[in-house]
Design a protein around this ligand. Structure first.
Ligand SMILES: Nc1ncnc2c1ncn2[C@@H]1O[C@H](COP(=O)(O)OP(=O)(O)O)[C@@H](O)[C@H]1O
Ligand SMILES: [Mg+2]
Length: 128
């Protein structure tokens, strides 16, 4: 059971989330709905340790206080944030990445010596 209460987060002087609470029981699927800017991402980022909540927030997973743990320890405890698409850098676009993250396109095959020689000598690539 994930049990969150009294969760407030500010970005500088901007209070983005005030006194939020939620519980997620084992096996339960919970959807967080809200308008743009309502604080959905901030809620999830606070639970996963990516932003720091105000003092007094409670984030417990099966009775264990996650509020004081760094993000990588929270992942080890069983909570992970999987952001939607748009997170592939050019370097991560390996064939292995594209297998588990279908939104990351596989890299284009490398040109063979023969094909790169052909494109160098084709009339369309000449600058004359
Ligand atoms: N990094 C940030 N710096 C300053 N303000 C932010 C930042 N991220 C979000 N906000 C502000 O916090 C509020 C909540 O944003 P957010 O959690 O992204 O909302 P949602 O995911 O529901 O669209 C909004 O007013 C937004 O402009
Ligand atoms: Mg969001």
């Amino acid at each position: 059971m994930l049990d969150v209460s009294g969760l407030s987060v500010s970005y500088g002087r901007h209070l983005a989330l005030e006194n939020a609470a939620m519980t997620v029981a084992e096996g339960e699927i919970v959807v967080v709905l809200g308008s743009n800017g309502a604080g959905k991402s901030t809620l999830i980022k606070a639970i996963t340790g990516l932003v720091a909540p105000h003092p007094g927030a409670r984030i417990d997973l099966d009775g264990r206080d996650l509020g004081r743990l760094p993000a990588h320890r929270i992942v080890e405890a069983g909570i992970a944030l999987v952001p939607e698409g748009g997170t592939c850098s050019a370097r991560s676009r390996s064939r292995r990445t594209s297998r588990w993250a279908p939104s990351c396109p596989a890299p284009a095959p490398r040109p063979t010596r023969a094909s790169s020689a052909r494109s160098r000598s084709s009339p369309s690539s000449s600058s004359a």
